[in-house]
Design a protein around this ligand. Sequence first.
Ligand SMILES: [Zn+2]
Ligand SMILES: [Zn+2]
Length: 245
Amino acid sequence: MARFVGDYHTHSNYSDGKATIDEIITAAKRRGLREVAITDHGPRNLVGGLKSPEKLLEVAREIQDINETLEDFKVLSGVEANIIGERGQIDVPPEIYEKLDLLIIGLHPLVLADSLGNFWNLVLKNQARQLLKIGNSQVANFNTKTLAEACIKHQPFAISHPGLGMPIDISEVARVCAQNGVAYEINCGHLFQTPGELKVAAREGVDFVINSDAHFTETVGNLEPGLDLAMKAGIDKGKIKNLLN
Ligand SMILES: [Zn+2]
Ligand SMILES: [Zn+2]
């Protein structure tokens, strides 16, 4: 018996994933899921982003055609957009993401920011903070502000891997997520989160989603490690959006 409804964060070979959408579907079905979302990287991710935001609409049309051939299974069109500016700017415009089923927003270390100032704060300061002797808290303040503003401005379904390689104030991010109905991701692809961190997020009353962030068929729907982590953190199962009751 599957314990999860779906996996809402996977990458196909349209960005830096290795599998086709068909292969992702087969893998998700094998895990007993009912849904899977294809959430390729937004175009300003310097490591394997989509060619353009418009490509997302092409992929969404392909997904629509595939869905017509499926029974008891649904593929969702989505994107993992990159934060590219201090005020929560992302690399996918609303007129595009509003046509998709699902928007995920994440901080990524190698993005083409929308200005030199934002490149300095988002990319260089995060990457070279030890070299530049910049305190973690200064970097975390900036990261937290961008994530919070992105949640307020774009109301995504979830934020991906909060805190991965880019420090954040977990309780502040979780608080803003909770206020805006944004799910806080437990990411099984990187498995970097600790029960302690998740406890801090849970205290804010936020909902969680456990995602694979799969780039290969083997890991699509591999959500159990995230559930183990959530249980260690004492998270109420009712707060996990993609868990079957
Ligand atoms: Zn990501
Ligand atoms: Zn991802």
